[in-house]
Write a protein that binds this ligand. Structure first.
Ligand SMILES: [Zn+2]
Length: 456
């Protein structure tokens, strides 16, 4: 039985009553929290390791509800392109991946997420289907090796997409069933699988219904992009040959519910918000990426008024060039205030819950992560408050949302294992990984014929 005590920090629990402890302690036994509270109340017992976290904040690890780690080698490429043109750069690059490239991309993405304080993530993986290996296996292996709490949300493309990425419903069923049996719930439920369409015009209505049936058969969540922009809704109407919006289409095909996560939501009507609320569908918001594309952002306050469970996301590292959920918190508040013309549209306390406890609920991890409570999995981070840009720290919640950055995270623990200490990765040689990623990314760019991006 391994015991670790974090002692002397300011502890924010994000439990139902929002308990905080100024001189707080968190005792971790194996993979779970056994005590959280004031140090004065800590029962006396021997511990294997004491971490002095004086001057630091201790809080639950952040929950990044939607990313594309497989696109990490495309970071910084095509930042002035429109979204669908940008995909035309990214997809050839991903077609050049082999198993090693996929594994290293995923590992680099896990490391970046952990160093930003994200202890849970959803990797929305879309990939070609090469002979000889399953890209999802490489992703799961990297997530397993890194130690992060991760779901691979496998994307389906049935039509109107780059041919090497497409598959039939039968192929989807066969591959998903195989993956579910080998990975879903592995690592004491640290690893999970979910499925869903990548883009709505890759689907027929039958494909939506069959994908929903497959998820039900295997007890998987659905995870998908929804209504990313007004252009997307126009494309949906054209492809389905009638005036229908995406959330309405999902409702008709049975693809809404508490086990459904809709990501990157931007252009939704009041009726669509009501449908999401009536079905208790979970919403994942990525404001920095919406601003990166310049395609508009959701009003957000109507989501909160409707009682929706909302989590936060960064989206992929190539789509906003980072994985910093502190940035997502700040821009969620900024866009909500702007859209509503109301400084009270989204409070700092609510957005912090969206990044922790509410975010964990949004991705069906609320019994594991997002709160520091006795019996919960020990997924936690420390944030160094003793820095110029966080001083004076008169209001910690405000400092976290509006001043802190992912680089202020010092320690990261998942499942009771310390993965980052004083910003140093303990599970991998970071320098060697960065060198390997650079070599592989350049090789993939050359193989993809994207030489023009090698010399910028
Ligand atoms: Zn996305």
């Amino acid at each position: 039985m391994a015991t670790t005590l974090l002692r002397g920090g300011h502890v924010m629990t994000f439990d139902a009553d929002g308990h905080e402890y100024r001189d707080g302690c968190v005792l971790v036994v194996d993979d779970r929290i056994q005590f959280v509270g004031a140090c004065a109340d800590l029962p006396r017992r021997p511990v294997d390791r004491v971490l002095d976290v004086t001057g630091k904040l201790v809080m639950p690890g952040l929950v990044n509800g939607h990313s594309h780690l497989s696109m990490i080698f495309g970071r910084t490429l095509g930042p002035e392109k429109r979204l669908l043109e940008w995909l035309d750069v990214q997809m050839p690059l991903m077609e050049a991946f082999d198993e090693e490239a996929m594994y290293v991309a995923q590992m680099l993405g896990c490391l970046e997420n952990l160093k930003n304080g994200n202890t849970s993530l959803v990797e929305n993986l879309f990939s070609t289907h090469p002979d000889g290996y399953m890209p999802e296996d490489a992703a799961f292996q990297a997530i397993s090796d890194a130690g992060i709490r991760g779901t691979v949300a496998r994307a389906f493309e049935g039509r109107h997409f780059r041919p090497s990425f497409m598959e039939t419903l039968d192929q989807q069923a066969r591959r998903v069933t195989d993956l579910a049996h080998r990975w879903h719930g592995a690592g004491d439920d640290r690893l999970r699988l979910s499925i869903g369409p990548l883009l709505p015009w890759c689907m027929t209505e039958e494909m939506y219904r069959e994908t929903r049936a497959l998820a039900d058969d295997l007890d998987l969540c659905l995870h998908m992009h929804v209504a990313e922009s007004p252009e997307f809704n126009q494309l949906i109407a054209r492809h389905f040959g009638r005036e229908i919006r995406q959330v309405e289409l999902l409702h008709e095909t049975g693809c809404l519910g508490p086990d459904v996560q809709v990501a990157a939501v931007s252009d939704v009507s009041q009726r669509e918000i009501e449908l999401l609320a009536e079905t208790d569908t979970r919403v994942l918001l990525d404001p920095p990426t919406r601003l990166f594309w310049g395609t508009g952002f959701p009003a957000l306050k109507p989501f909160l008024d409707a009682g929706l469970t909302c989590g936060l996301a960064t989206n992929g590292p190539a789509a906003n060039c980072g994985q910093d959920l502190f940035e997502s918190m700040k821009y969620a508040c900024a866009t909500a205030k702007t859209a509503a013309d109301d400084p009270l549209a989204l409070s700092r306390h609510r957005v912090l819950r969206m990044a922790t406890s509410e975010g964990a609920r949004a991705i069906d991890r609320d019994h594991q992560a997002g709160r520091l409570e006795v019996g919960m999995k020990a997924d936690l981070i420390t944030v160094d408050l003793r820095q110029p840009h966080l001083s004076p720290t008169l209001d910690i919640a405000s400092a976290l949302v509006f001043s802190a950055k992912g680089t202020d995270v010092r320690e990261v623990m998942v499942d009771g294992k310390l993965l980052i200490e004083n910003r140093e990765a303990l599970f991998i040689d970071e320098g060697a990984l960065l060198r390997q990623a650079d070599v592989i990314a350049r090789r993939c760019l050359r193989d993809a014929g994207l030489h023009r991006y090698l010399h910028q």
